[in-house]
Write a protein of this length. Structure first.
Length: 233
């Protein structure tokens, strides 16, 4: 009967191959991670529009729908898109431990004044190297800001300011709504009615030369007769 061969060389070979594979695996993974992969990162950009926050939010949602991007509106109004797979691949070794490059957009609308807003878009990325983040910005990936402007030019949000029954006045430098109310109505307390009619929350939430609509029943007779601004009596 032929004696069984010594299996130790097989065990040793298997261990050697395992160590070699593990070494290559971790070398590849840590090289990928050193380039920014296997981590979470964010990159932001912003765009200003001449619309109040609510309108800017609606325009942004319409632009995302036009690009086929799925999103959710959070309770405090930021927009968060669903995670999407990134175009860059991590390679065989990092993928074996679940490295899956993906990204999404987190969008916030910040008021600048009563009729201006800033749209801030952060791209949130996972397992995407730092030197590739620029390719996933909303302006690069979706041309989002130009799309927002395009949507606004085609279907601009309706103005909430009345178009008849009053007069438009341009604010003077350093003049707030109380000053305007004093100048054209004779009563500084009328700023609250003026603010409500123009969708403004505070007397100082205005800018120089901004057009403010004042209804006729608040105006002094001299203001009605001398104002060069447009309006419908």
């Amino acid at each position: 009967m032929r004696p069984a061969g010594n299996p130790r060389w097989k065990v040793g070979a298997a261990l050697a191959l395992t160590c070699l594979f593990a070494g290559c695996y971790y070398t590849g993974f840590f090289f990928y991670k050193s380039k920014g992969g296997g981590t979470e990162a964010a990159l932001g950009e912003e765009h200003q529009v001449n619309y109040p926050p609510h309108d800017a939010l609606i325009l942004t949602q319409d632009a995302l729908r036009g690009k086929g991007v799925l999103f959710e509106v959070q309770p405090d109004n930021p927009i968060v898109t669903l995670w999407q797979k990134a175009a860059n691949l991590p390679g065989l070794l990092p993928s074996l431990v679940g490295v899956s490059p993906q990204y999404r957009y987190e969008i916030q609308v910040v008021p600048q004044d009563s009729n201006k807003s800033k749209i801030i878009v952060n791209v949130r990325a996972e397992d995407i190297p730092d030197d590739q983040l620029d390719h996933y910005k909303a302006s690069a990936r979706l041309d989002l800001f130009n799309e927002i402007d395009r949507v606004a030019s085609i279907t601009p949000p309706p103005s909430t300011v009345p178009r008849s029954g009053g007069v438009n006045f341009a604010l003077l430098p350093n003049e707030d709504l109380e000053g305007l109310a004093t100048r054209v109505t004779g009563n500084p307390n009328n700023w609250q009615a003026i603010a409500k009619d123009n969708g403004i929350s505070a007397p100082t939430d205005v800018t120089a030369f901004q057009s403010i609509w004042v209804r006729n029943d608040l105006l002094k007779n001299s203001a009605k007769q001398s104002s060069p601004a447009s309006g419908t009596p």
